[in-house]
Ligand binder design. Sequence first.
Ligand SMILES: C[S@@+](CC[C@H](N)C(=O)[O-])C[C@H]1O[C@@H](n2cnc3c(N)ncnc32)[C@H](O)[C@@H]1O
Ligand code: SF4
Length: 434
Amino acid sequence: MVKEYIQRSIYRHFTGENQLIMNDAPPSVNELSQKFQDIRETGIYLHIPFCTRICPYCPYNKELFREEACLKYLNAVIKEIDKYIPVLKNIQVTSFYIGGGTPTTMLTKGIETIINHIYRNLNMKCHVHMESHPNHLTAENLKIIESIGVKYLSIGVEAFQDHHLKALTRPYTVKEVKNNVSRALSRNFDCVNIDLIFDLPRQSESEIEQAGLEIVKLGVQQAATYPLFRFSYTSRGKQFDKRRNEITTAFRRRRLLKILEEIFYGSGYYRSSVWAFTKKGTDKYCSVTVPVYLGFGASGSSYLNDIFYVNTFNVNEYIKAVDEGKSPVSLSINLSERMQMAGWLYWRIYETRFRKSDFHKRFNMCFDDKYGSFVKFLNRIGYLKNGNDQIKLTDKGAYWVHAFEDFFSIEYINKLWGTSIQNPWPGEVALMKR
Ligand SMILES: C[S@@+](CC[C@H](N)C(=O)[O-])C[C@H]1O[C@@H](n2cnc3c(N)ncnc32)[C@H](O)[C@@H]1O
Ligand code: SF4
């Protein structure tokens, strides 16, 4: 109750709205063309919803890989992209991210066809960022991954102790995963990122220290470090929630993150987002680099300044809708200017640094007039550094964004994704009610 009250008050303060409700009103192609008239560049996201096995803690939209579903999915994604081709005629695509699920389940099973289709038909000005499963990184697959234009590769390593990998049900040992990461590093990627999950059950500080040191020793260009989020609709999330104490969790996470920060800063890495540490002098691996993006595939989501919409999560329903010439969009929400500003601020803070002048460019409004007193307050308590134009989050601030995300965003994801995974066409999802 108290938590809900605080969430609602913060939301109301920043957006001026009392509720946050998504419903089923997909934008038409005409509406999309209108929206793109003011947009010069966009990012694109492609969702591959297949995995070779399912991890019990994982919140993402995925199902077990089936060859026949994969083939139908490939054709549906191409049809969905085709709808956007005329709309995107004069727009540059400046970031391309393939996530999942596990994109590498579709290697030699059609992902090449989708990528080629995209590069042939859209105005592509970027390389591919792609997620991968460590077990798929054979020498042969790595060659294929490079040949399809992937320059930024992420690998879901997750832990550096065999007993934690086992508890997470990851199908490899530390020795095997280190070999596979090294193999990827011997290729010619601009950035190899590895994912590490921390604050695992009964994980000690020395285990986290060991993980940090192993990452540095491997020499990866980036590490993304996530605390284990408890999503209530996952099988593991249901078990965890019963034992959880939020206060001790917050303090433990702070200590563990500090250990990682010290190791990475001492080894030539800088904080490139709330979660990630990147080697100085390398381009960072990241999901979206521009504020406007289009998502293709089941559960692909799109954000076009004043509208946010999500495709149905159900793979069969997605294929069926696209094949019948219907919109695969299951939920959407129109965003007032104040909501757009609050969203802009949230994502820029998440990236840990931004320019006030970019806010002015986007909204034609002085950043300090809108958020000056809020930023001054955060500056005073040491959460960020407020320069003339540049604002930079401190480590203390980054930690509190972590905590805020757990407190605020995870609950929305639980509602939006949890409902969409259970119901392909929910009609309406109230993320926050009056
Ligand atoms: C789509 S998966 C990565 C690619 C591939 N499917 C794999 O598992 O190797 C994205 C990442 O999300 C992170 N992740 C998944 N579930 C999580 C959870 N409950 N809490 C924190 N991070 C999680 C993991 O680090 C994982 O590597
Ligand atoms: S963590 Fe990766 S492999 Fe495991 S279920 Fe999620 S997407 Fe699939």
